[in-house]
Design a protein around this ligand. Sequence first.
Ligand SMILES: [Zn+2]
Length: 253
Amino acid sequence: MAMTGVVKDELSRVPAVKPCCRKTEVSTLLRFAGGLNLTAGRIVIEAELDTGAVARRLRASIAEVFGHTSELLVLAPGGLRRGNRYVVRVSKGGDSLARQAGLIDSFGRPVRGLPRQVVSGGICDCEAAWRGAFLAHGSLTEPGRSMSLELTCPGPEAALAMVGAARRLRIAAKARDVRGVDRVVVRDGDAISAIILSADAVRQNFWPMLLWAFLIALFTAVGIGTLYVGLIVTFPLIGHATWHAYRDLVAEA
Ligand SMILES: [Zn+2]
C-alpha cells in the first residue's frame, strides 16, 4: 500500500477552503473511518486511520470547523498490521459532534448512509465527500496492474451514496459486495485522479496550468522545428519542470 500512503499524504495537503467542503470532508471521514461508541450514556467518536497526516488534518478540521478538541492515539504495528495506526478520539463533546457532522439524526439514531448535508450538498461537496472517504478507507492498486481505486464502505447505503456522488461528478463508480464487505470501485486512471486529487487543485490553478500547457506545446513545436534535435534538450527539461510544477500544485497551502 505504499502508493496509497503517498497519495493520502499529498491529499492531506490539498487546502479545502470553503466551510461547506471542510464540513463534508470531516463528516464523510468520520462516517467511513469512525465508530460511535456509547460510554456511560455519552457518545464517544473514534476514527482509526492509517496515515499520520490524515489524522492531523482531521484533528485540525474538528477543532476549526466544529470547535471540539480531540485526542490522538498511536497504535504500534502488531498482528497483521505492518504500519502504525492513528486513532482520533472525541470524548468531550462527542454527542454534539455526532449531531453537527450528521452521524446521528434528530432522534439520536445512527445515520446509515451518508450525512444529509453531504447528500444534498453542492458539486464541491461531492468532491469533498470522495476525498474524505478515500482518506478514511480508500486504496489504490500498485503501478503495474491496471489502475483501480477501491473504497471500503460502512454499509450498502453508504456505498450507493458514494456512487451517486461520483455520478454527479460525471465519474463512473460501481458498488460491489465482496464477501460481505461493501466496496465502491473506480477503474479508469483519469477518473481516479479527477475524483481524489486534481479537482480542487486544478480549479484553483487553472490559468497557470493553461499557460504551462501552452509553453509545453511551444517548446515541443520548436523541438520538432529543429528536426527533433531540440527535443533532446526540451523533453527532459519539460519532464523535470512538470514534475516540480505538480509537486508545487499539490503541496501548496
Ligand atoms: Zn463545498
